[in-house]
Write a protein that binds this ligand. Structure first.
Ligand code: SIN
Ligand code: MN
Length: 273
């Protein structure tokens, strides 16, 4: 599915493009069923601070033909190629669970600083795609994004002290509520003087494309409604990270740089027995 020129312009102007009701109910059901079939214990699982609730699962496409097909689905892959004006490969695959009552917050941040500092990604030539697995509404912790903030480029920010002081700080630091690189209040205040905070809400199957430098966050979910958001990050094949001495685990940062090819539109349905 190709984006129109107007949609691409909107993405470039605002740093995001929201497509409500993009995947059919049948396709979303196939994704939700696949999620329920995943093994419980996986290396890329992160818990909330209560140590009881799953916060996110990373890299689960390797366990699942359906999730692998989703990565190559024309509804996602073709717009990603248009936005990045290049062939792309999969950089990251994760599902943020934001559970009912206990799903915790994501502080204000830009994604690219993590990929630049931790992985050696040269340029912000990656795009995030969020696929709503549940309805996301005003109550269950929608993403907040500051329209146009991607145009600021990489914003200088303080490294969160507790994340480096923690003796056994590992990869989880970059996906916890105490994110390592957060935007401070003065920066967020300045950014919202130029662009509004937007909180895209819509039914399961809605999709949000957003820029790797857009400032974003989300509040805790104290509602009874789960808010599962599947996130795929595509990177341009000309933007492969420099090799690092201490690479992050493969379930966080994929290192298969093969350009992705689109599959058939109905592939998600064919794989359901
Ligand atoms: C993210 O920043 O990666 C996701 C935030 C969210 O799921 O609310
Ligand atoms: Mn993020």
């Amino acid at each position: 599915m190709k984006l129109t020129q107007n949609q691409i312009q909107q993405y470039e102007e605002e740093g995001m493009l929201f497509l409500p009701n993009y995947f059919s109910d049948a396709k979303v059901s196939a994704l939700r069923e696949e999620l329920s079939r995943l093994p419980e214990q996986i290396p890329g699982r992160v818990m909330e601070k209560n140590n009881q609730t799953v916060r996110a699962i990373h890299g689960v496409h390797v366990y699942s033909k359906i999730f692998q097909s989703l990565v190559q689905h024309p509804l996602l892959l073709e717009p990603a190629q248009q936005i990045l004006r290049d062939f792309v490969y999969l950089y990251q695959f994760k599902i943020n669970m934001k559970a009912a009552f206990t799903g915790d917050l994501w502080p204000w941040h830009q994604d690219f600083i993590f990929w630049y500092e931790e992985d050696g990604m040269p340029q912000p030539r990656a795009v995030n795609v969020g696929i709503f697995l549940d309805e996301i509404n005003q109550f269950n912790g929608p993403l907040y994004l500051i329209s146009g903030s991607h145009k600021e480029g990489l914003i200088k920010c303080n490294v969160h002290k507790s994340s480096v002081e923690r003796e056994n700080a590992g990869w989880e630091v970059n996906v916890s509520t105490n994110l390592k690189y957060c935007l401070d209040n003065a920066t967020v205040t300045r950014l919202v003087e130029r662009g509004d905070i937007v909180a895209p809400v819509g039914c399961a199957g809605s999709v949000l494309f957003f820029h790797s430098n857009i400032a974003h966050s989300s509040v805790p979910n104290i509602s009874p409604y789960p808010r599962r958001l599947l996130m795929i990050t595509y990177n341009s094949i000309k933007n492969i990270p420099h090799t690092s001495d201490q690479p992050r685990p493969e379930f966080l940062v994929c290192r298969d740089y093969t350009p992705l090819q689109p599959v058939e539109d109905d592939v998600l349905l064919q794989q359901v027995e």
